[in-house]
Design a binder for this molecule. Sequence first.
Ligand code: AMP
Length: 548
Amino acid sequence: MPMDFLEFSQICETLEDTPGRIAMTALVRDALSSLDEADIPLFIRYLMGRPFPDWGQEKIGVGPGSVYDAVAYVAGRDRRAVVSAVNRSGDPGKTVESLLAKKEQTSFFTESLTLADIGRDFTLLAATGGNKSQKEKDRVLRRLFANASPLEGRYLARLLLGELRIGIGEGTMRDAIAGAFGVSPAAVEHACQASNDLGEVALIARSGEDALNEVHVEPFRPLKMMLAKQGTVTGMLSETGVLAAEYKYDGTRFQFHKVGGTCRMYSRRLEEVTHAIPDVVAMLDAATPHDIILDGEVIAVRDGRPLPFQYVLRRFRRKHDIASHIEEITLKPNIFDMLWIDGETLIDLPFAERRQRLEAAVSDTYVAPQLVSGDEDEIDLLYRTALDDGHEGIMIKDPRSPYTPGVRGKFWVKIKPAVDTIDLVVTGAEWGEGKRAHVFGSFLLSCLGEGGSFIPLSKVATGFSDEALQDMYAALSGLVISEEGKQVHVEPQIVVEVGYAEVQKSPSYAGGFALRFPRFIRLRDDKSPEEIESLRMIEERFAAQSAR
Ligand code: AMP
């Protein structure tokens, strides 16, 4: 039987009240085993709070304002009443639930919603783009909320606002899938890294372990990027004996896909940016005759020296006037990995082997030079040369390691001068004062907790130029979920990099830590909220700092 969205909502509610990973895993596992095939991918994605496959370009594209309008319409209230109710409770999901409960007493008929109905409408919302389509989006939203029971309204609103936060992490999900279909969590993880869609992986898991092992990387389905940790040359050498060292370029990550005459470029957040940087696409296209997926970093250069990171971002963001900007800012790709070639998946090969294959397949103009060495002095020298040449530092990599998409593991370590900076997501803001009264003046920053929740860590109000505050306002003003006095609560979407003096223990923040002397460095719109610092990493920073 197709799953009703009500049943899904009940499962969400139970999960929210279920403490502990093991019990959560069992709950999801049992629900999965009895699902219709077609519902499996939707069930998994929605539980993770993601309407679409992670590799896809689809976005629901609905802001809090539209959600509140639709709820107001259906509940027969005016919009201001809805907004002030959300502001009072600070919980949009529960507010929608109680507003719909009042409506329920007066309406006679609602159709029941299935998971598939929700799926269809999400696709419809994503497909209606542009400003003219706002009416169409409003129509879909009204219909959805009109047919939603109060509990369904709670989870529908949270899904639409990107605020599901049931606290299920990918690890729990993988274990649940493995348990439901009698396959190993490792096979699930592997398939998930290659296909970048846990929903589809769950479906494949039904056919067994062999089917999972047959999941390969596919062109035009971007993989999550492999990430780096902080560490030291000595520490890594003691584990690996030799390491591969490259410059750490201060630009923007890219993933380039090419099949025949078709090339596509993806940003670090896996958004397609082919049209913003046609010059780089052409360079890479010309650099290889192969069907290929390449990983690298684009930098901006002038007179042979790298320009600051902001220049590259400016190009990535451009939608118009691209030609004139190509003349202004010259970009250069630096390729450091190859994930797939001519139908063959390479992510499980050791890095040293991928590197050899890369050098054989791509002209060396754009391949990042590499030093393979076990000699600390030699590596230190490379580090100093990197800084002299205007780069950020070096990356050191374990030559034996596979490519692990989305993992910030020990295989890649970044070495850069000791300024302590940290990437966090903005979850709140406060209106400014005086000449800054029309923009936000300070921001609440959160790190990543267990299961994808966000945990407040610090407020930041220094380090902003007027222009930076404008940029912050432009980025956040459409994401306001609720407002109380001068404080607003925003959808967790905008990542910023901040500097700080030290990590402190703090009883005033839920995670138990706070930053001392935080200062804004830059907006990181190349990073997604899933990539920010986790509470566990903050604890590690705290411990390392105490050790110093
Ligand atoms: P961070 O953003 O500080 O966590 O550092 C990791 C990032 O450095 C990667 O995501 C890349 O965007 C960038 N990077 C620059 N050069 C390299 C390189 N040679 N290998 C891997 N990543 C690099």
